[in-house]
Design a protein around this ligand. Sequence first.
Ligand code: NAP
Length: 261
Amino acid sequence: MNTSNKSWVLITGASSGFGEEFARQYAAKGHPLVLVARRLDRLEKLAEALRLQFRVEVVVEQVDLSEVAAISQLHQRLRERGIEIDILINNAGHGLQGPFLDSPLDDAMAMVQLDIASLTAVTHVFAQDMRTRKSGKILLVASLLAYQGVEHFAVYAAAKAYVLRLGEALHRELKRDGITVSTLCPGLSDTGFAKTAQMKITAELKFLMMKPEPVVRTGIHALNSGKMSVVPGIPNKFMAAFFWATPRWLHQSVLARVLNA
Ligand SMILES: NC(=O)c1ccc[n+]([C@@H]2O[C@H](COP(=O)([O-])OP(=O)(O)OC[C@H]3O[C@@H](n4cnc5c(N)ncnc54)[C@H](OP(=O)(O)O)[C@@H]3O)[C@@H](O)[C@H]2O)c1
C-alpha cells in the first residue's frame, strides 16, 4: 500500500459522477478513502480499480444517506475501525426538473432530505471529530443554481442555496477550530445527474457541459487554498458574474429559457 499520505478522505455519492472522480483524484495523491453511496456493486468495482492502480486503502460503505440514523451508524463503524476522517467531500445529492405542482410531493421531500438534511448531518457528525483534533477539511457540493431561484428547478435551486449559505457561514465559523470549509458550485456537467433529474439536454446545454475531471480538480484546489467558494470553468464564472451584475428578473428569465428549452 502507498503510505505517502495517511489522511483519510470520505466521499459521499462516490458511485458515479463527481464522487467517482473525487475518489480517483484523491487516490492518485495517495490518500486512503472511504467511499459512500447506495449502489454497492459500483462502489466495489471502483474500490478494486483504485487499490490496484494507486495501491491505496479503500473502504466501501453502502449507506442510504437519506436516513439520518444511518449517518451516525456509519460514523460509529468507522470509529470502531480506528478510521478518523480528515477530509470530507459532501457530494451526494440529486436534482429533479419539472413544474413544482406537477411533481410528486414525495420526490420534492426526498430531495430536501438528501440535499439539505443529510448533508447537514454528515457535516455535523464528522466536523465534531475534526474540531477535537483541531484540523480538517470539508468540501460541500452546491451548484451554480444556488445563486437564484430557477423555474422548474424550484426545490433543487433552493436546496443548493441552502448548501452555499451553510458553507459560507461554516467557512468563517469553523476556521477558529482549524477546519477549512469550501463550497463548490458546478454548472451543468457530464455525470449521471441530468438523467436522474430527468433533464432534457439540448445541443446548447451539451456544449456548455463540463467533464467531471476539471470540476473536481477545481474543488480540491479551492479546498487546499482555503477558499470560501468556487465556480469551476470560464463559462460558469461568466454566468456567475452575469447573475451578480444583472437584475434578478433578467437572469432568472435567461436561465429558465436555457434550462427549460
Ligand atoms: N452534474 C451536474 O450537472 C451538477 C451540477 C451542479 C451540482 N451538482 C451536484 O453534484 C453532486 C454530485 O452529483 P453528480 O453530478 O455526480 O450526479 P450523479 O452521477 O447522479 O451522482 C450522485 C451520487 O449521489 C449518490 N446518492 C444519491 N442518493 C443517495 C442516497 N440516498 N444515499 C447515498 N448516496 C446517494 C449516488 O449514488 P447511489 O445512487 O449509488 O446511492 C451518486 O453516487 C450532487 O450534489 C449534485 O447536486 C451536479
